[in-house]
Design a protein. Structure first.
Length: 273
């Protein structure tokens, strides 16, 4: 499931293949971008921001894509037949003589001036994985910042958190307007790490900064080495490795946009009513 860690790895893969390379092929199979031609332009790099990817070009344009639940970018040697990308699931193709990047089942696609990226993403909070989020090192990304947010980003995220009042903490972590990059997996895992019941009112969480840092640490570890075995996510009914209780599952949010959350009744007692 794509969360901030997957987008960071995807951006790094795209950069290794295409950054600094001039495209000899570009095919955007998206109604609002079908006539856009990026052929002949050089890829400056792909900048991840939360669950979004911003592929920037030397002519001052940006290709914005979002994976949603099922999207992927795959790299194929350009000499292979698979690089033809004939599948009806393909939404974008970018290639040079060596590598072809194929975007399957992408959930969003736009081409905008790089200077206008914030018109697409300006409603979002700070990226929990950005280098200036807190004092722990992050990955530097070339090019202009995506949003003009105060630094360190954790201060802005906490300011936005504080405005959520009694909203359940799991909802707040999932709200990309507060902080971006955290999805259902790392919401569950970071709340487990800090012992908070997912339905605790956000304004009752006494260590919101440490919850955010736990999410950042878990995501950074996943970027570096791949996702570790989950403590609670997807483990409903199985034994908690910490206390032996059975992991539970519930819903946060309101229909039709509610999300599943996993938690341990034995460990996550802070804020539980």
């Amino acid at each position: 499931m794509p969360e901030g860690d997957v987008l960071r790895r995807t951006a790094a893969h795209l950069d290794r293949a295409l950054a600094g390379r001039r495209l000899v092929r570009a095919d955007l199979r998206w109604p609002t971008a079908a006539t856009v031609d990026l052929t002949g332009h050089t890829v400056l790099g792909t900048r991840p921001y939360g669950k979004h990817l911003l592929t920037r070009f030397d002519d001052g344009r940006t290709l914005h894509t979002h994976l949603r639940m099922d999207g992927t970018w795959r790299l194929v040697p350009s000499t292979q037949q698979r690089a033809a990308a004939r599948s009806p699931q393909v939404r974008a193709v970018l290639g040079d003589e060596r590598w072809t990047a194929v975007g399957y089942q992408l959930g969003m696609l736009d081409v905008v001036p790089t200077s206008a990226e914030r018109t697409l993403l300006g409603h979002l909070g700070p990226d929990v994985l950005d280098g200036d989020f807190d004092s722990t090192p992050g990955v530097p990304w070339a090019g202009p910042p995506v949003l003009d947010l105060p630094t360190p980003g954790i201060d802005e995220a906490l300011r936005r958190w504080s405005a959520q009042g009694a909203r359940p903490v799991a909802e707040v972590l999932l709200d990309q307007r507060v902080v971006v990059g955290i999805g259902t997996i790392f919401t569950a895992e970071s709340l487990f790490a800090r012992g908070w019941w997912p339905w605790t009112p956000a304004d009752a969480v006494t260590d919101a900064d440490e919850v955010l840092r736990a999410a950042r640490a878990l995501l950074r570890a996943s970027v570096a080495t791949g996702r570790p075995a989950a403590a609670v996510y997807g483990r409903e009914g199985r034994t908690c490795s910490r206390c032996g209780a059975r992991v539970a599952r519930g819903d946060v949010g309101t229909p039709p946009t509610q999300r599943q959350v996993y938690w341990c009744p034995g460990c996550q007692v802070r804020g539980r009513v």
